[in-house]
Design a protein around this ligand. Structure first.
Ligand code: NAD
Length: 437
């Protein structure tokens, strides 16, 4: 099928490349010329495991094209996927400017009977509005909702092995055509109305699980229980399950923070007070200062101290720093007068745009922790999780490690003889004083 994907970000690019891989003829359109130039050279503008290889394969197979030319991209397309950003506005609502701009452009160039599939996360009722926009312009299309559930860092895997594909539409031919696109993936397909499909994306419950376990972690710290053991015991109950029961410094990234706020905003527009969701958001806001608070409780001040921040992206295996917990932490540390050394395997460039020369960018974990007074683990990249604990003792001025992701077992920290402060677990105190002259 001839498909155009509008927007080549984390969702659009993965979608375009994967649709080409299952045999469709795909054009990826974006207004960002620099991105499209890179993509045409076979270079991937984002870090997503396996994406660049698959992109090159599809470019060579001539099934995948990139363009900034709207007319060329849209005029022969049978189905157009909308995958532009829907960031958060100041009042928490989703900003639909990019979607509306895309619709304006699409309406100018398409044939009648094109199907418009919305992958972008949009508030309930948006797709009806988009349909009305096309109708108002006298362009005959069918708008279908197809919310996206991929996780950054495993986007390709998730596209090929998703748990379900949701198709929201009341139009028989439109939904059959969209179903046909995905058939080669052999993933269960669920049909529903436009509004229900929009709601499925927002209602997915994972942020609630994260804030809940973070509250349990807090109580574990007060009572002396161990949150890792508690989460294991809870998660083995098949009604609960282990995923997203990992206590830490809260959720970040391009979805959960803005989507929870957008859902709260939808509720408030209907005059409904969504109390659980409000608590989920509030708990997560508090988590942002957790590592800094723990550092201040322990050290009294960080002024003049060298602090290594390990992991900058909002989670491992991505370069995305949108709403990453590393940012408020570094803001607090800088404001309190600390010298920050930041390390991440792939996200340095994005962070440099924010902090420029205010912080030091370390090339390796060793460079970051050498003679540091404090190390904060923010993102559990494999190499950070696997970094040998004894090196903190060897290399730091004082081996004080605050681990926002519970990367190590308490027993390991005891054996390494470091001070180890984690989330929802007892503090491990270093036994041997270190005197450095
Ligand atoms: P992104 O910011 O990475 O990419 C958006 C792209 O759209 C950019 O390349 C931008 O240049 C392009 N764009 C903007 N206006 C355009 C226009 N008028 N025409 C063509 N291109 C245009 O965004 P993303 O992370 O890929 O997210 C896209 C949507 O998918 C959002 O609604 C998001 O909430 C949702 N979503 C994201 C994820 C994720 O993990 N990132 C997962 C599920 C759903």
């Amino acid at each position: 099928m001839k498909i155009t994907v509008c927007g080549t970000g984390y969702v659009g690019l993965v979608t375009g490349v994967c649709l080409a891989d299952i045999g469709h003829e795909v054009v990826c359109f974006d207004t960002d010329e620099q991105k499209i130039n890179m993509l045409n050279e076979g270079l991937c503008p984002i870090y997503e495991p396996g994406l660049e290889e698959l992109l090159l394969k599809q470019l060579l197979a001539n099934r995948l094209h990139f363009s900034t030319d709207a007319k060329q991209s849209y005029k022969e397309s049978e189905v157009i996927f909308l995958a532009v950003g829907t960031p958060q506005k100041e009042d928490g609502a989703a900003d639909l400017t990019f979607i509306e701009q895309a619709v304006e452009t699409i309406a100018q160039h398409i044939n009648s009977h094109t199907i418009i599939v919305t992958k972008s996360t949009v508030p309930i009722g948006t797709n009806d509005r988009l349909q009305a926009m096309f109708d108002g312009k006298g362009v005959s299309v069918h708008v279908v909702s197809n919310p996206e559930f991929l996780r950054e860092g495993s986007g390709i895997y998730d596209t090929f092995h998703g748990d379900r594909i949701v198709i929201g539409s009341n139009h028989k031919e439109a939904k059959e055509k969209v179903e046909k696109i995905f058939q080669p993936l052999q993933i269960p397909i669920v049909h529903m109305s436009l509004k229900s499909a929009e709601m499925v994306k927002y209602a997915s419950f994972l942020a609630t699980k994260i804030s809940f376990i973070n509250e349990i972690a807090k109580l574990c710290e007060y009572t002396g229980a161990n949150v890792e053991d508690v989460a294991l015991g809870m998660g083995m109950d098949s009604r609960i399950g282990t995923p997203f029961l990992k206590a830490g410094i809260g959720f970040g990234g391009s979805c959960f923070p803005k989507d929870t706020k957008a859902l709260e905003n939808v509720a408030s527009l209907y005059g409904y007070e969504f109390q659980i969701l409000q608590s989920v958001i509030k708990v997560n806001e508090k988590q942002k200062s957790l590592l800094f608070d723990k550092a201040m409780n322990r050290m009294g001040t960080v002024e003049g101290k060298t602090v290594a921040v390990l992991g900058l992206s909002f989670k491992p295996n991505t370069d995305d720093i949108r709403d990453a917990p590393s940012i408020p932490l570094m803001d607090d540390l800088i404001e309190a007068g600390a010298h920050v050394r930041a390390y991440d395997p792939v996200a340095h460039n994005h962070v440099k745009r924010i902090y420029q020369n205010t912080i030091h960018y370390s090339e390796t974990i060793e460079n970051a922790i050498d003679q540091a007074d404090l190390v904060c683990i923010v993102t559990e990249w494999g190499e950070i999780k696997d970094f040998p604990l004894h090196k903190y003792k060897q290399m730091m001025r004082e081996p004080l490690l605050i681990d926002g992701r519970n990367c190590y077992k308490l027993e390991e920290a005891k054996q390494a003889d470091i001070t180890y402060i984690s989330i929802g677990r007892e503090v491990v105190e270093r036994k041997t004083p270190i005197f450095r002259y």
